[in-house]
Design a protein around this ligand. Structure first.
Ligand SMILES: Nc1nc2c(c(=O)[nH]1)N=C([C@H](O)[C@H](O)COP(=O)(O)OP(=O)(O)OP(=O)(O)O)CN2
Ligand SMILES: [Zn+2]
Length: 143
């Protein structure tokens, strides 16, 4: 995968892990303000996940890279995002909402692991010229 520059969050954790991945998906934004994006179209989304913590698990992982891919790629690759329950109602699959939803999905998993890492940042790139960063407020991260 192409090396990209990503803005990094400030933190005092000892370990910081980053996982890149992409997935191909279709979406539309059902609002007249979305212009041409109100019509179904597709992207190869690029995602960067930043996780940090002070403690490793018994394997020596902060979190298994493969688990992160499973949580994101397996759910969203080759899907119509609007069909998924997390993007139902008014929670349209904009880049901003996708980034927050991916953060929540990862954070829900991290809450179940004993070494308690935190997801500090999600970057979602929708096109070569557009990306969003989602960083939770301090009290949204556990611990
Ligand atoms: N704040 C947001 N604005 C827009 C979003 C979004 O998710 N958040 N999404 C879209 C469309 O889905 C579109 O696919 C992406 O838009 P855009 O960056 O305008 O894509 P282009 O390739 O047309 O942009 P260029 O400037 O020509 O490179 C629209 N807005
Ligand atoms: Zn789009």
């Amino acid at each position: 995968m192409l090396m990209q520059y990503y803005p990094h969050p400030q933190h005092d954790y000892s370990y910081e892990l980053n996982k890149d991945m992409n997935f191909s998906a279709a979406h539309f934004i059902p609002d007249e303000q979305a212009g041409k994006c109100a019509h179904m179209h597709g992207h190869t989304y690029v995602v960067n996940i930043t996780i940090a913590g002070d403690t490793l698990d018994d394997t020596g992982f902060l979190v298994n890279f493969q688990k992160l891919k499973e949580l994101v790629h397996k759910r969203y690759d080759h899907r119509i995002l609007n069909d998924l329950e997390e993007f139902s109602g008014m929670n349209f699959p904009t880049t901003e909402v996708i980034a927050q939803v991916i953060w929540q999905r990862i954070e829900n998993y991290l809450k179940t692991v004993p070494n308690q890492p935190s997801c500090l940042q999600i970057l979602v790139r929708e096109t070569p010229t557009s990306y969003v960063l989602y960083r939770p407020k301090k009290d949204e991260n556990h611990g």
